[in-house]
Design a protein around this ligand. Structure first.
Ligand SMILES: *Cc1c(COP(=O)(O)O)cnc(C)c1O
Length: 240
């Protein structure tokens, strides 16, 4: 399943290219590039490739499966990078996720939030950063909180002592034409801005995690503070 190891020069070249595009998109949108974090999405890639990526400056890594992440993080070291969970979290993997990840980007139910809060208490984890994954397209097959259900989870997060509600995340529907995804990004930003006025975030700005290899520049133009880029850094993934 794992891909062949990527070389240091390949990864550093790709990272530089992505960072330069991030800078250009930020400039185009009159934004400060320092407010945009790059999550290098390393799912399906080998421990060796991840270690090389870290050595050439990938500071934040994104994984979508708890078990795959566990194997990698055990070998690489928890403290060697910041680890983000970007895939759906099943409740039976919640304890493991609390142990492994710095940020859970895919919080999608009150039930899961309750469980994570309780596990943090039990495991003496002082704080856990979470983003709420929002489903703006009403895609029933995908995870994510529907707009109408947002108030309930946000209200619950206000009562949490350990979970830090740091922002919103979206995986929009796929379009061949990346421009078609722009309305989802701008709508998520609008939602974030409304929530900012309600003072519900644990930080001052409210993160917006949106944009992948095919559309991260558009996402940045629309206000992304976190982009999740896999293919443009690591190359194409083999299908599982
Ligand atoms: C795989 C994945 C990405 C990265 O996708 P690329 O197109 O390879 O950049 C970003 N976000 C999520 C949630 C993913 O699962």
């Amino acid at each position: 399943m794992m891909q062949n190891a990527k070389t240091e020069s390949e990864l550093s070249k790709n990272l530089a290219k992505v960072r330069s595009k991030i800078r250009q998109a930020a400039e185009k949108a009159n934004r400060n590039v320092d407010e945009i974090k790059l999550v290098a999405v390393s799912k399906t890639h080998s421990v060796e490739t991840l270690q090389t990526a870290i050595s050439v400056g990938a500071g934040i890594l994104g994984e979508n499966k708890v078990q795959e992440a566990e194997e990698k993080i055990e070998q690489i070291g928890r403290e060697k990078a910041e680890w983000h969970l970007i895939g759906h979290l099943q409740s039976n993997k919640a304890r493991k996720a609390v142990e492994l990840f710095d940020v859970i980007q895919t919080l999608d139910s009150v039930k899961l939030a309750k469980r994570l809060e309780r596990i943090c208490q039990e495991e003496n984890r002082e704080s856990l950063s979470v983003l709420v994954q929002v489903d703006l397209a009403n895609e029933k097959t995908k995870s994510g909180v529907l707009r109408k259900d947002l108030p309930e989870i946000i209200e619950f997060l206000q009562t949490c002592k350990r979970l830090k509600f740091d922002g919103l995340m979206i995986i929009p529907p796929f379009f061949e034409d990346a421009e078609k995804v722009r309305p989802y990004f701008s709508e998520l930003k609008k939602l974030r801005d409304e929530l900012l006025e309600q003072n519900v975030f644990a930080n001052e700005t409210g993160e917006l995690s949106m944009g992948m290899s095919g559309d991260f520049e558009i996402a940045i133009e629309e206000g992304a503070t976190i982009v999740r880029v896999g293919t443009a850094i690591f190359g194409a993934r083999k299908r599982g």
